[in-house]
Design a protein around this ligand. Sequence first.
Ligand code: PEP
Ligand code: MN
Length: 337
Amino acid sequence: MLKYIAGPCAAETEQQVLAVAQALQPCKIDFFRAGLWKPRTSPHSFQGVGERGIEWMTKARDMFGLKICTEVATTQHVQLCRDAGFDALWIGARTVSDPFAVQALCDSLKGYAGVVMVKNPISADVDLWIGAISRLRKVGIENIVAVHRGVNQNAYQNGNMRNDAAWVMPIELKRTMPDIPIVCDPSHITGNAALVPIIAQQAMQIGLDGLMIEVHCNPHEALSDAMQQLTPEQYRQLIDGLNVRTQNKAEKDLLQLREQINEIDSQIWALIEQRMTISKHIGEIKQQHNMPVLQPERYQQILHKRLQWAQQHNIEEQLVNTIMQAIHEASVKQQIQ
Ligand code: PEP
Ligand code: MN
């Protein structure tokens, strides 16, 4: 079952929290979110209302029957939220990058029966994400959900979004930890309300397990992340309009194609094995004639030819570079053994 988490970036006033909660009540929503302690880059921007907002959130829960969640960054946040009975908590993208902070949070979460969500770190380091989830497991947390919120673009990238969607991150996490559900946060990926539905739909296409979306009754007046928040009505339309891919229907059609892929993979590996054997012989000849293993011009020639071929066959240049480099490195290794 898909999970939907929605609510404002930050709790601002009691009236604002209750207004969003009320407007979301008829929508598909599993958890109502609002940040109380906001991890802001600048000390001059809105830092969140802090502890004061806990009461507004519990009021929203009691008045509208919503489960509530917020971000925790310190053990004190965890304690306050556990005392107030929050149904879920999340560790934010900045905190996840710091193993000491994550371990301290894990220790304070011991025995917590709610859901703990873990955002991916702001750099494209999937191991930090996996590490944080492993630390939670180690202290016995059972309900863990990963949140994919994109990664920082490097300063020279000129994308139209706040972050890079970096789909390889959730894909790699699924490969490593297939039983951890992954929810996509298109609000922080895009930083732009108009693009939120596009990324939300892509997440469904990939087969992620839900969405975390920022919703505010007056997005333009929001004290944080004003550009990316949807109105409750926009949220309702987005969720109702999602084309959710259900699994298993096409299993039969896929079977035959998968068998073909398996056959091609076997051929690729058999050829790589042959190539390595030849490379080893070349290494022996180089050794007899006292020639260096590394022959950069030869590698450039092969690569150049392959890139030309790739262009004609509509194969991505980067794929050719990556594969050729890996093969070349393995060949060189063969020859220096
Ligand atoms: C948030 O969800 O409001 C937030 C601060 O997100 P992130 O940690 O992904 O930047
Ligand atoms: Mn936000």
